[in-house]
Design a protein around this ligand. Structure first.
Ligand code: SF4
Length: 382
């Protein structure tokens, strides 16, 4: 596999870019403050051979948990900062990389210019020998960028947001960063990364289909994107996002390695383009932010309950929390995102209501039947 000559970025004991092999990473799905459960996930990922392990941090208590975890592992740890970027200085001493999401930087200190917040992250990263990932995600793109383009064009705002933040870091003289552009649609992942790599061929890329869902569908979507990008030499590290029971988290790494091995030996399984034929279930891989740990069972139950509708070209999204839940479910025909004691149900961008974890499957069935009827009526000759 001929990789693009991106610049070298060192992250703890590994380096990305500049022809270094493609690193495989994953993320813990447990609540970070659940020390034993999170350490167990770290152990599973280490055993599976993860080059990097990401952990979500949202509160000072999460930082304390990571401080406890740090001496228990030699893994290269990445911290995932979403809404609370100010925790960077507290958590940086324990990690090798900081991931921030440009689309969530506006939450805190709304009057403060984004460039000042990025400057803060750069200063912290420099001080603590950390690399940075600019992590753009389809479910939470910078609203300012989104408003500039037609609502059907979700890719240009993503690429522009990533390029803008690259320029900011370059102007601050900080070059130890990588970029990711993730969507739940593999075709959009391919296009966004191809367009970005044309604009910035020097920047290492972290590839991933976000909220790819449960195996095997989640693996198929991910494989299509990775095969099309890596075969073009695009991609310096990968994460396979799968909705899995906690004990099977290591599969994200083993699946990633298998896809890389297949690509390297020319065993391509993907057709050139991903075409959604029947039912498409989008679900996030869960992380510390999950509002209710029943989320993974809910996602598995949704897949089971909707089996009867698998012929219908309908997208159902199941998301673990509000970080990417509201945005990601906007693009689905029926979308659910979890809250602590109830689940929000939407039809496209319209909220249907909030239902308890016991009620939600029954209500989803109702809405799905209605939608199938509407779609088949729409296709009936007048
Ligand atoms: S949607 Fe929420 S729970 Fe799911 S992976 Fe993203 S941040 Fe974590």
């Amino acid at each position: 596999m001929q990789q693009r000559k991106t610049r070298e970025v060192s992250i703890g004991s590994i380096s990305l870019g500049a022809g270094h092999g493609i690193a495989v990473q994953s993320m813990t799905a447990t609540r970070t403050q659940d020390l034993e459960a999170t350490l167990r996930q770290v152990r599973l990922l280490e055993a599976a051979g993860a080059d990097l392990i990401r952990i979500a941090i949202d509160t000072v208590k999460d930082v304390d948990a990571l401080a406890w975890l740090r001496p228990q592992t030699t893994a290269n740890i990445v911290v995932d900062l979403q809404e609370n970027y100010r925790l960077a200085e507290k958590v940086a001493p324990f990690v090798q990389k900081l991931r921030y999401n440009p689309g969530h930087l506006y939450h805190l200190e709304r009057s403060k210019p984004v460039a000042e917040k990025v400057r803060y992250l750069v200063d912290v990263a420099r001080e603590h020998d950390c690399a940075i990932r600019i992590g753009v995600n389809c479910g939470s793109v910078d609203p300012e960028k989104l408003s500039k383009y037609d609502k059907d064009d979700s890719i240009t705002p993503m690429v522009e947001s990533a390029a803008e933040h690259c320029q900011m870091l370059d102007e601050m003289g900080f070059h130890r960063y990588v970029v990711s552009l993730k969507d739940s649609d593999p075709n959009k992942v391919i296009e966004a990364n191809v367009r970005f790599s044309e604009a910035r061929p020097d920047v290492p890329l972290h590839l991933g289909v976000t909220e790819a869902g449960m195996p095997p569908d989640g693996i198929i979507k991910t494989r299509i994107a990775f095969e099309q990008l890596i075969s073009r030499g695009i991609g310096d590290t990968i994460r396979v996002s799968l909705t899995l029971p906690f004990e099977r988290k290591g599969e994200e790494v083993t699946v990633g390695r298998q896809i890389l091995a297949d690509i390297a030996s020319g065993r391509f399984r993907s057709v050139p383009k991903f075409e959604q034929k029947g039912l498409n279930i989008i679900s996030c891989p869960s992380c510390s932010r999950v509002e209710n740990e029943a989320f993974i069972d809910l996602a598995l139950s949704v897949r089971e309950m909707t089996e009867y509708a698998k012929e219908h070209r309908i997208t159902i999204a199941v998301m673990g929390c509000r970080v990417n839940g509201p945005g990601e479910t906007d693009d689905a025909d029926l979308g659910m995102w979890c809250a602590p004691s109830f689940v929000n149900l939407k039809k496209g961008t319209t909220t249907i209501g909030q239902f308890t974890y016991d009620e939600i499957l029954g209500r989803l069935r109702l809405e799905l039947d209605k939608l199938i009827e509407e779609k088949s009526a729409a296709h009936q000759p007048a």
